[in-house]
Structures are given as C-alpha cells and as structure tokens.
Design a protein around this ligand. Structure first.
Ligand SMILES: [Zn+2]
Length: 206
C-alpha cells in the first residue's frame, strides 16, 4: 500500500521551445513527471520536439483545444474540430492520444460534455498568466491550496519565466513535504478513482 500524497503538476498553453523546455529542465533535474495540456495551433514540426522530450521524461500530453477560444459559443461540429485537430497532432507526434481535456478559460457547458469523449480537468492555480503576480506569490498561492489528489494548474506559455522561478521553490518544497508528482492518468489510477462523465476535476477526491 502506497500512502504517499499525490499531486499532478499540469501546464497549459504550450508547446513551445522556450518556457516548455525550461519547465522540462526542472522536471528532468528533480526526476518528476507532469502533464502538458497543449493548444493544437501551437504544434508544428519544431515545437513537437518539446512534446517528445516531455514524453521521454515520463510526462503526458493532454488536450487544451485547437484555437484556445471560449468554446461555450461553439456548435457540436466546431467543438469536435477543436478536439480532434489537437488530439490528431499529439498522437502523430508522440504516439498516444490525449485522454484529458482542459477547457480554455475553464468555460464549459453541457454540449461540450456531451460532445467531448474525454475527462474534463480544472485544477488550482496561482493566476500565473498575470505578469503582476510575482514568482514568490505564485509559489505561496499553490502551497496554500495543495493537498493530496490535487491538480496544480500552471502555464508554460512563452515568456512565463515567473512560473519557472516559482517551480524552483515549489518542486523541492513539495518533495520535502512528502508529495509524489504523477501524471493526470496516474493521479486517477493510483487514487483508485474512475473518472465520471459530466464532471470537471480539480482534485480526484472532490
Ligand atoms: Zn489556456
């Protein structure tokens, strides 16, 4: 019986060859894993190398739409295109089709639940897309919320060096506190939780 506390570190809005790579350097250094929720339109023959490196380190690539739009205004056809475009690109690059979806802006509705055959994931974040939130503050906000089974929601968008700085404090602190970093899939599997439809998860024990 493994009674370690589990946490899933997740990143939105990549892939890119700058911040994504900086995050991967830390993941490699600390020998942990994470999940990257990618935007399909950011995937090209260069940036797919970042996804391939992530997978080689034990990370998983998940789906954060094609165009990063507010999808609650979309028809079923548009929703399907957002999902399949990105999942097809990810599968072509890394050989595994995403199983989890994070709606852009955490905007979702019943049509999206009915149309997207994936588990919806939210998470607790630190407003780390806002340049006015310092690295120290990002670290503090995550530490205030962290608990067993939680999804940590951060962003590896290009130029987001404050989150890279926050991770340099956050990762060793969570390891010291006995947390094990797992992918989104592992978070469910290791916690013995079966993902349910019509549900968006911030913590598998919610
Ligand atoms: Zn996003």
């Amino acid at each position: 019986m493994n009674n370690k506390k589990l946490v899933a570190l997740t990143f939105d809005d990549g892939p890119n060859l700058t911040t994504t790579m900086d995050v991967l350097d830390l993941i490699e250094h600390y020998e942990i894993t994470a999940s990257f929720y990618v935007v399909g339109n950011n995937i090209n023959s260069e940036t797919e190398k970042a996804m391939q490196r992530a997978v080689s380190l034990g990370c998983e690539i998940e789906n954060h739409s094609r165009t990063h739009s507010v999808m609650t205004e979309f028809t079923a056809e548009q929703i399907i295109d957002e999902i399949n475009f990105t999942s097809d690109k990810v599968e072509a690059a890394v050989g595994r089709r995403p199983k989890f979806f994070r709606p852009p802006y955490i905007a979702f509705n019943q049509l999206m639940y009915d149309t997207i055959d994936m588990t919806f994931i939210c998470g607790n974040g630190a407003e780390d897309y806002n340049d006015e939130v310092s690295a120290e503050e990002r670290y503090k906000r995550i530490m205030e919320q962290v608990c067993d089974g939680m999804v940590i929601l951060l962003h590896d968008m290009a130029g987001n060096f404050r989150t890279v700085e926050a991770l340099k404090m956050l990762i060793p602190k969570l390891l010291e506190e006995g947390y094990e970093f797992v992918t989104t899939s592992e978070l469910f599997e290791r916690s013995g939780v079966t993902p349910q439809p019509n549900t968006i998860y911030t913590n598998v024990h919610q």
